[in-house]
Every structure is written in structure tokens, then in C-alpha cells.
Ligand binder design. Structure first.
Ligand code: CA
Length: 677
């Protein structure tokens, strides 16, 4: 994410740089220490349940002076039809009220008395259904939102997370452009439409995803967020959605009727089911690290002070760069994150969670999240940004940082190492990387190739970002060269390779993604890069119009060669377990770099995947990258090699022919992959 600035910058500012800082050795500020002994409550009946004995409310707010529920017949206007006084249970810090009727179809808000005054109304922190713009919670029968066949719906089974291929997308990016051929533009339902094509007849939407071969989509925030006015959808306001309002209800602007609380829920489930029916998993981007508003957030309105972190002087701390940060190190907040992700996994069949600015959370919370989710579905994939966007009162050794990933079982972090080394620095548009001819990044690319695990041939002291092997297993690493943040790969290449012919940029893009998709770890790509999608040079498009953000599907015909290459690259990875090893030991044993003196021969990396790595039927795979702007020559062992990739072409079925080894010239910005049985 980022609203104020790109979150990716923080890998450098607040991870590597301050890792050994002696500051902040305490877990909490002196201000937040007052909350440690609050009574907590982790029952699954928080805020609302409806059963045969009626409608029951239970609000957690240990220090409120009074609490009440306002019942409404409408989701956003009119005065309450009924006001219920609540009673405190001091042992759990919860306030309760009940009525004997099932109040389906009604709406409610909570209010607490604080310092002698009634706070503003809030739908609470656990609203599973909300009215338009999320100001009031709705009482609905969730079972009635299930699409046909929902009880049999299931995402793909994943035995190893290195088998996952992530495709990061925003709902509007995928469908808003007129060329998408999709009827439900910008909606959850867009991905339920079969048979959609561009004006030139190319598959779009879900058919495009099937054709490409990715295993999981990662959808940008899809919980109810703050910035888009659901009452004025004709304005077509765009936002990434990193401004959480109601964590447990879907965003209204992605539904066909935001004023009906059930519609957004049913339509999001229909999207999940359509993707599952296509064999594709659904990963949700979650932003528990901060709230859109400070004092006006649902957290503050229900339990003032508790859910956010503060400095010693009581001011909000701001590790998110968005005005505040949440306090996962406090029990009720930790429970909230765990129970909220469990709810999405169970109610919406979500297959994975991508944690925004994960290092704002503590490692203990993240470990509990992952282990609880595993109990629901062992195929759930949890990963996140192992950095923060500002300093935090949370002790550095407790933060879920990239550098602390070894303390987190079953959680992966993004590798900014490979990202910046391959394409050039994310914030310096003109900076080039390994794949675009800049020398000096070879060792950092190798860190990415071995998924930041310990390897006898990788010298971590030469790493640009990380100086030690921080991952214990390739399943702890997500490799990528671009995402929604910063310049798209296309824009980055256009800026950094200015003056060169476009064909060079297309070749560099293919090389960059070949490095990602042949590396150990989990590969991740940004939607549309397979058809050379750009954002007209806008690096922080979080609220840019659709004219910047939407994917132009006519690119699929224009850049056919690009799409075909990506598709085959994905097929190669899926067909060959050698690229998907599951342990650091296997990588150290089976992945052997060829000796190349980078000071004399820069922008050249060559390695072998040996001895039927990870059960591959290919005995040996040679992978060579030439990131230079000139051809480079390598000397391959003699023998009969299948040509898998050469000079910007790729095919794993033998259609590129065979090579007898010896001297082979690599075209500029290209990969060479050879294999023998
Ligand atoms: Ca909203």
C-alpha cells in the first residue's frame, strides 16, 4: 500500500538501518502499559448473534461508564426505533443486551459513555454486515448469502507454498476498461463472467486467468474501506482501499447494491466460488495495521485508547505512515486479528492472507494467526510486507520484520532483495538493475535465486539490502519485481531504458520475470504485466482514475509475444519441481552456481539445478541470465541439451530444438535455459 508514500521504502529505512537500534527495548510505551491488565473476551458471540432465543448484543468496552444499542429500520437515515441499555460483566469487560425477537432486516449501532459524555455511534468492530458507507451494522441471516453449492466449495489444495503462483489484482483494474468486455465492471461479479473477450477477440477476466495458468489471485483490500462514497458510485471514484473501516464486511462499492447489506456478501462469495471452480485460490490483502480514522475509528469509539499504540506522551504512534498503528501486542487486538482472519477463511473460504506492513504486528501474533488458520485449512498461505512505514513503540526484535522471518513458522515475506536488484531501485525511476544492464547487483540477485536461504556460494556481505540469510526455508520467501506499489515494471523500464527501442524493454521484462519464476520461493506478479500493462508513469496510483489504473485488454493482441512468453514461463515452473524446492538443504545441495567473476563479466549469472532436483525428471537444468545490453557468451558442457529458453523465446516441449553445448551466445537482456534427462 501507501497513501502518504510507498510502503516499500521502509525495507531500507526501518528494517535494515535500525535493526540493531538500542531504542524501544520495552514492548509497550508507558502510556500503553495501562491497557495490559484490561479484562479481555474471546468468545465468538462478540457484538451480535441471532439464535432461537432472540437477538443478542455483547460489546467489549471494559472502561465505558455506560453502553447502549440503537436499533434502526434503515441503514443510514432516521432515528432509532428502539434503544437498549446494556449491562456490564466486569469479568470479561463486555456489555450485553438482548431482545426475544430475531431482528433480521434491522440495523444497529453501539454507543458508550466516556468521561461523562456519549461517544458518537459506531457499528462496532465486528460488524459482519453493514449498511451503505458502513455507518450502521446490519442484522442479516448469513446462511442466506451463500451461493448454490457453497457447502461443497473449496479452494485448491496446496502441499508446498513454493507451488503457488500469485497474481495481484485490483477489482477495477481488471474490468473497468471498455476493452474488458465484462458487464459487471469494477464489481466482485466481474470475475464470475465466463466467455468475455476484448474487441480483438482475446480472452479477458477469469478466462484470461485460466489461460495464463496462475494458481492464486491476490485481491487488493476488499473489506469495507472508507474512501469511496458508496452513495455516489456514478462518480467512479477509485481507491486501492488501504483505509480500513469495517474489517469483517466486504466493500460496498464492489457490489451491485451497496445499500442492501446481503448483496456485497453474496456477490463476493460468488466471486470466490467462480475462481475456485476454475481451480484458482483467493488471497485477500488485509490491513489490520492501522485504521482510516484515528479518534473516529470504530476501535476508538468502542474502547478508547486500547486498540491503537501510543508514545509515552499518549500521542498516536504512526508506524503505518497513515496517522496511527494498531496494538497487536495487546490481547484483545491480537484476538481480533486472529478471529477476523479465521472468519474470512471460514465464511468466505479465503485461501490466503497478505498482511500489509506486517512488521507493525508482533511475531507472536503472526504465528498464532498462521497456526489457527492451518487448523481450518492447511492450504492457507500467509505472507506479508516484512517492514513498517515509520518507527513504532514495538520492540524491533518483536516486529514481524523480514529479518525476523526465521521466528515465524508458516509465514512468508516479500523479498525486496530480488525486486530492487533485478529492475533497479524502486524509488529512483532512472536507476537500472541486473536485467537492464547495471553491474554490481549479481550477488543480490543470487540471494533471490536461493530464496534468501543460506547457500555456500552466496556471499551475503555483498547483498544490497540484506546482509544475512534470513530465510530458513524457500517457503518463507515471495519473489517479485513489481506490485501495485511504485512504477509498474513497464513504466520502470520505460523510464530507466529511455531512448532504447521498445523491443529492448520487452526483452528486459521477459528476463526480469524469468528470474522471478525460475527462482526458489513463491513467485508473485502484478496483474497485466503479462500484456505489458502500464500506468502512464504514475508511481503511486492509489486514487488515480481508471484511465490510469485500468488494464487495456487490447494490449493482449499488441503484446502477444509477451503474453505467450509469460504463459509458457508459468507452465515451465508448474511442470518442473526443480524450480520449487521445499528446503534450504535441497537448495544448497542441488543448486550450483557456475563460477563467473562479476567484476570482469558483469550482468551474467549461470547456475545448474542438478541431480533431478526435488524429484524433477530433468536430471540437470542450466539457467543463465544475461542482463547486459550486449550479447554475452557462455561455455556449456558438451552433450544433448533440450533448449527450453533462448533469445527471448521459451518452450518446454522441445519445439525450440536441441543444443550440443559448447559456446553459446546469449542475446542482450535474455535468459538461456537448457535441460537434459
Ligand atoms: Ca466502503
Amino acid at each position: 500500500m501507501k497513501i502518504l508514500f510507498s510502503s516499500t521504502m521502509t525495507a531500507v529505512l526501518f528494517a535494515a538501518g535500525s535493526f540493531l537500534s538500542p531504542l524501544h527495548s520495552a514492548a509497550q510505551s508507558s502510556f500503553d502499559a495501562q491497557f495490559i491488565n484490561y479484562p479481555t473476551y474471546s468468545g465468538d458471540d462478540l457484538e451480535l448473534i441471532v439464535d432461537n432465543s432472540g437477538t443478542h448484543f455483547r460489546l467489549w468496552s471494559p472502561k465505558a461508564q455506560e453502553a447502549r444499542v440503537n436499533i434502526y429500520t434503515n441503514g443510514h437515515t432516521g432515528s432509532p426505533s428502539q434503544v437498549l441499555d446494556m449491562k456490564l460483566d466486569p469479568a470479561t469487560g463486555t456489555w450485553t443486551a438482548s431482545v426475544p425477537e430475531k431482528l433480521y432486516g434491522m440495523f444497529y449501532t453501539f454507543q458508550i459513555k466516556w468521561n461523562g459524555e456519549w461517544n458518537n455511534e459506531t457499528p462496532g468492530v465486528w460488524a459482519k454486515a453493514v449498511g451503505i458507507n458502513g455507518k450502521r451494522a446490519a442484522i442479516i441471516d448469513l446462511a442466506k448469502t451463500d451461493p448454490d453449492g457453497w457447502n461443497k466449495d473449496k479452494g485448491p489444495d496446496v502441499s508446498n507454498f513454493s507451488d503457488v503462483i500469485v497474481y495481484e489484482m485490483h477489482h477495477r483494474d481488471m474490468s473497468m476498461h471498455p476493452s474488458s468486455g465484462i458487464a459487471n465492471k469494477g464489481k466482485f461479479l466481474a470475475l464470475t463472467e465466463d466467455g468475455t473477450v476484448s474487441p480483438l477477440g482475446d480472452k479477458t477476466g477469469i478466462d484470461h486467468l485460466k489461460e495464463l495458468g496462475i494458481t492464486h489471485v491476490h485481491i487488493l483490500p476488499s473489506y469495507d474501506y472508507n474512501s469511496v462514497d458508496e452513495m455516489n458510485l456514478q462518480q467512479n471514484t477509485y481507491n486501492w482501499g488501504y483505509d480500513p473501516q469495517n474489517y469483517n464486511s466486504p466493500e460496498g462499492s464492489y457490489s451491485t447494491n451497496p445499500s442492501d447489506p446481503s448483496t456485497r456478501i453474496r456477490e463476493m462469495k460468488e466471486m470466490v466460488k467462480a475462481l475456485h471452480d476454475a481451480g484458482i485460490g483467493v488471497i485477500m490483502d488485509v490491513v489490520y495495521n492501522h485504521t482510516a480514522e484515528n479518534d473516529g475509528s470504530n476501535f476508538e469509539l468502542t474502547a478508547p485508547g486500547y486498540y491503537h499504540r501510543h508514545w509515552d506522551d499518549g500521542k498516536y504512534s504512526d508506524a503505518s505512515g497513515c496517522g496511527n498503528e494498531t496494538a497487536s501486542d495487546l490481547k484483545q487486538m491480537q484476538d481480533f486479528i486472529i478471529n477476523s482472519t479465521k472468519y474470512w477463511a471460514e465464511e468466505y473460504h479465503i485461501d490466503g492472507f497478505r498482511f500489509d506492513l506486517m512488521a507493525i504486528h508482533d511475531t507472536e501474533t503472526m504465528n498464532k494467526v498462521a497456526s489457527e488458520l492451518k487448523k481450518i485449512n492447511p492450504s492457507i498461505f500467509v505472507y506479508g510486507e516484512g517492514w513498517t512505514a515509520g518507527d513504532s513503540p514495538l520492540a524491533i526484535e518483536k516486529r514481524a520484520l523480514k529479518e525476523n522471518v526465521s521466528k515465524m513458522k508458516n509465514i512468508a515475506v516479500f523479498s525486496d532483495d530480488l525486486r530492487d536488484a533485478v529492475k533497479g531501485h524502486y524509488s529512483n525511476a532512472s536507476d537500472r538493475g541486473f536485467a537492464t544492464g547495471k553491474p554490481g547487483n549479481e550477488e543480490t540477485v543470487k540471494i533471490g535465486i536461493v530464496a534468501a536461504t543460506s547457500h555456500p556460494q552466496v556471499d551475503y556481505s555483498k547483498g544490497n539490502n540484506s546482509k544475512f540469510a534470513y530465510a530458513l526455508s524457500p517457503e518463507m520467501i515471495v519473489n517479485y519485481v513489481s506490485c501495485h506499489d511504485d512504477l509498474t515494471l513497464t513504466d520502470k523500464l520505460r523510464k530507466s531504458m529511455e531512448g532504447e527501442p521498445e523491443q529492448n524493454m520487452l526483452e528486459a521484462a521477459k528476463l526480469a520475470q524469468t528470474i522471478v519464476f525460475t527462482s526458489q520461493g513463491t513467485p508473485f506478479m502484478f496483474a497485466g504485466e503479462e500484456i505489458f500493462r502500464d500506468k502512464q508513469g504514475v508511481h503511486n496510483s492509489y486514487k488515480s482514475p481508471d484511465s490510469i489504473n485500468a488494464i487495456n485488454w487490447e494490449n493482449k493482441a499488441k503484446y502477444r509475444g509477451q503474453f505467450d512468453y509469460y504463459k509458457e514461463l508459468i507452465a515451465l515452473r508448474k511442470a518442473h519441481p526443480a524450480f520449487r524446492m521445499t528446503s534450504a538443504d535441497d537448495i544448497a545441495k542441488h543448486l550450483v552456481f557456475d563460477k563467473i567473476d562479476s567484476s570482469k563479466t558483469p550482468n551474467l549469472i549461470s547456475y545448474s539445478l542438478k541431480d533431478n532436483a526435488n524429484g524433477d525428471y530433468w536430471k540437470e537444468i542450466k539457467v543463465v541470465f544475461n542482463g547486459a545490453s550486449q550479447p554475452q557468451t557462455v561455455n556449456m558442457p558438451k552433450g544433448k541439451w533440450l533448449i527450453v529458453a533462448k533469445d527471448g523465446k521459451i518452450a518446454h516441449d522441445g519445439s525450440l530444438g536441441v543444443s550440443s553445448g559448447g559456446k553459446i551466445i546469449l542475446a542482450p537482456y535474455s535468459a538461456l535455459i537448457l535441460a537434459r534427462e
